[in-house]
Design a protein around this ligand. Structure first.
Ligand code: NAD
Ligand code: TDX
Length: 331
C-alpha cells in the first residue's frame, strides 16, 4: 500500500508514522507536512530512512494532486490544532483546516483515492459537568471556537464530497490525545515541562473542565482499524473512557514528579472554554472490534513524563517562545 500522511511531522501524525513503520512493513509511507511552528522533522528522525518526506502545504493544489496521484490511501492529520492560537488569530485555521481539506478532497475525487479524515470531538461543542450524556455519531454539530468550527466545516465538506461525488472517505472524531512528541503549548506537555523547569503548573479558570484522555497510540490503532475495515461514508468516534478534570490531571503530574499536589496556580480562563467532552465509542468497538491498548491513564501519564524528561533536546527549543505567547495572554 502507498500511504500519504498529511501532518506527519506533528504530534499524532508522527506517532502514526512510527506505528505504521513498526507494525506494517508492507506500507510505503510519504509524509506531506508544511513544518509550521507545530511540525518538527526531528519527530520523524527514528523512521527517516523508512519513509519519504515532502515539505509542502495541503492547500497547494498542484503539489497535492501530484502526491495523491501516487497514493492508494490518504490519511489527513494536517491542521492548525490549538484552540488558544485560534482565539488569537483565526485565519490560518480557515486556510489550513478548510481550504486544505477542500484541496485534498478535490484531489482524491479526481484520482478515486481512499481518504480518511482525522477530526475532533470538539465539533460537538461541550457537555454539562453533571450530565451523564456522551457524544455519539448522531450528536448535532455545535462547535465553540474558531479551531473547532473550522474542523466542523472540514468534516461537513468530507460528508458532502461522499454524498455528491462518491468520494471513498471515512471520518473519525477523537477525544484529547496525550503521549510523546506533543507540542509544549498543549496542556499536559506544558505542565510536565513547567515542573521540569521548576515553574508551577497553570490551570485555566477553576480547573473543573473535563477532557476525555486517550493515549496517542490508541487513537492511531483505531485509525488503522477504520482505514482497513471502516464503512465508506461513516463517522467513527474514538475514545477510551478517560474522563478526568484538569485539576486532577495537574495533581497527578505533581504527584508523579514528587511535588506537592497543591503546587499549581489558577490563571485567567480561556474565553468560551468548553466545559466537558466525553466520547461514546461503542460503534468503533462493536463494529470494528477495536479496544485500547493503554487503558490506564496513570501509567500512560507516567510514561509520558519519563519521555519528556528523556527528550529535553526535542522540546526545549519551543519552550520559551511558547511561554512568551502565554504570558501575553495572561495565561
Ligand atoms: P499538531 O499541531 O501537533 O500537528 C499538526 C501538523 O500539521 C504539524 O506537523 C504542522 O506542521 C502540519 N501542518 C499545519 N498546517 C499545514 C499545512 N497547511 N500543510 C501541511 N501541513 C500542515 O496537531 P495534532 O495534535 O497532531 O493533531 C493532528 C490532527 O488530529 C488534527 O487534524 C487535529 O484536529 C486532530 N485531533 C487532535 C487531537 C489532540 O488531542 N491533539 C484530538 C482529536 C483530533
Ligand atoms: O496551560 C493550560 N492550562 C489549562 O488549564 C492549557 C494549555 C490548557 N488548559 C486546559 C484547557 C482545556 O480544558 O486544559 C484542557 C486541555 O487543553 P488543550 O491541551 O489546549 O486541549 P483542548 O483545548 O482540549 O483541545 C485538544 O483536544 C482536542 C487539542 O488541542 C485539539 O487539537 C483536539 O481537537
Amino acid at each position: 500500500m502507498r500511504l500519504l500522511v498529511t501532518g506527519g511531522a506533528g504530534f499524532i501524525g508522527s506517532n502514526f508514522v512510527h506505528q505504521t513503520v513498526r507494525e506494517r512493513p508492507d506500507v510505503r509511507v510519504t509524509v506531506l507536512d508544511a513544518l509550521t511552528y507545530a511540525g518538527d522533522e526531528d519527530s520523524l528522525a527514528p523512521v527517516a530512512d523508512s519513509i519519504s518526506f515532502v515539505r509542502g502545504d495541503v492547500a497547494d493544489a498542484e503539489l497535492v494532486d501530484r502526491l495523491v496521484a501516487d497514493a492508494d490511501v490518504v490519511v489527513h492529520f494536517a491542521a492548525e490544532s490549538h484552540n488558544d492560537n485560534s482565539l488569537a488569530d483565526p485565519w490560518p485555521f480557515l486556510q489550513t483546516n478548510v481550504v486544505g481539506t477542500y484541496t485534498l478532497l478535490e484531489a482524491v475525487r479526481r484520482h478515486g483515492t481512499r481518504y480518511h479524515h482525522i477530526s475532533t470531538d470538539e465539533v460537538y461543542g461541550d457537555l454539562e459537568l453533571d450530565d451523564p450524556a456522551k457524544f455519539t455519531p448522531d450528536t448535532p454539530y455545535n462547535p465553540s471556537s474558531p479551531y473547532s468550527s473550522t474542523k466542523a466545516a472540514s468534516d461537513l465538506l468530507v460528508r458532502a464530497w461522499v454524498r455528491s461525488f462518491g468520494v471513498q472517505a471515512t471520518l473519525s472524531n477523537c477525544s484529547n490525545n496525550y503521549g510523546p512528541y506533543q507540542h509544549v503549548e498543549k496542556f499536559i506537555p506544558r505542565q510536565i515541562t513547567n515542573v521540569i523547569d521548576g515553574v508551577r503548573p497553570k490551570l485555566y479558570g477553576t480547573g473543573e473542565n473535563v477532557r476525555d484522555w486517550i493515549h496517542v497510540e490508541d487513537h492511531n490503532s483505531a485509525v488503522w482499524a477504520i482505514v482497513e475495515r471502516g464503512r465508506i461514508g461513516e463517522t467513527y468516534l474514538i475514545g477510551a473512557d478517560g474522563e478526568e478534570n484538569n485539576r486532577d490531571v495537574v495533581e497527578l503530574i505533581l504527584e508523579l514528579t514528587g511535588q506537592s499536589r497543591d503546587a499549581y496556580d489558577l490563571v485567567t480562563d480561556r474565553p468560551g472554554h468548553d466545559l466537558r467532552y466525553a466520547i461514546d465509542s461503542t460503534k468503533l468497538r462493536e463494529e470494528l472490534g477495536w479496544a485500547p491498548r493503554y487503558p490506564s491513564f496513570r501509567d500512560g501519564l507516567a510514561a509520558t513524563i519519563d519521555w519528556y524528561r528523556d527528550n529535553e533536546a526535542w522540546w526545549r527549543p519551543q519552550k520559551d517562545a511558547t511561554e512568551a505567547k502565554y504570558a501575553q495572554l495572561g495565561r
